[in-house]
Design a protein around this ligand. Sequence first.
Ligand SMILES: Nc1ncnc2c1ncn2[C@@H]1O[C@H](COP(=O)(O)OP(=O)(O)OP(=O)(O)O)[C@@H](O)[C@H]1O
Ligand SMILES: [Mg+2]
Length: 258
Amino acid sequence: MSILEVRQLTKRFGGLAAVNEVSFNVEAGEILSIIGPNGAGKSTLFKLISSFLRATSGEVIYEGENIVSKAPHIVARKGVVRTFQETTIFKEMTALDNVVIAHHLRSRASLAGFYWASRTAKEDEAQFRESAEEILNYLGIGHVGNEIARNLPHGYLRALGMAIGLAAQPKLLLFDEPFAGMNHEETQQAVKQVYGIRDRGLTVLLVEHDMPAVMKISDRIVVLNFGQKIAEGTPTEIQDNEQVIEAYLGREDEEIGL
Ligand SMILES: Nc1ncnc2c1ncn2[C@@H]1O[C@H](COP(=O)(O)OP(=O)(O)OP(=O)(O)O)[C@@H](O)[C@H]1O
Ligand SMILES: [Mg+2]
């Protein structure tokens, strides 16, 4: 079953069609990567799906419902969550507290003023702490739960970003360049974490430039170039696709690793 159907989705910035009539489906439980040269429209596409940007036209059907241009917090509550970048991690708090807070924000954000001092808050706290510990353990970073986030190495901060995303109990997770700036070992670890997330029953959409990682991790790949979809298929199909090779060769020879 398709969890997400992107239909003729378009975003124009003035005269530029950053995303141009893009259509594709995402099946429940798959890892689908969006690739393409710099400026191809990948991040814009993610912002449209997670509703951080209003589409110019087109539809985003999530679990049968058109969610295009709905408020981002409503889309997030329905289960479509873009991962937080490092900058939204509270650097002076522990890793564990960051994930606990993320649970609170999901749970009662609209009632925040009444909520923090209430009895429900205290009851939730224990439950959220347990869930946060479970998420950190699941991602293999439980042992740094009590470290202040600021002191964590890069790879751990990325994993913490994933943990914060998971606290929102998403069904569809969108990761924009999760492996950027990682060394080989960190990438291997992060790939395992993404597999782990999928094994929890989540669907994963990924934008990434690290081609070896993309080819390894993806069930399917969608390729954008100048805002348009130029190819869609399995990693093997994409590696052999003439248009894809041309799109990359036209820009940076090395990027796709051919
Ligand atoms: N807010 C904006 N206003 C105007 N133009 C924008 C805006 N955001 C993106 N663009 C333009 O839209 C195009 C697509 O940008 P986008 O960030 O989606 O590309 P990308 O595929 O994510 O690139 P990269 O691989 O470099 O991250 C680019 O030409 C970019 O300059
Ligand atoms: Mg981008």
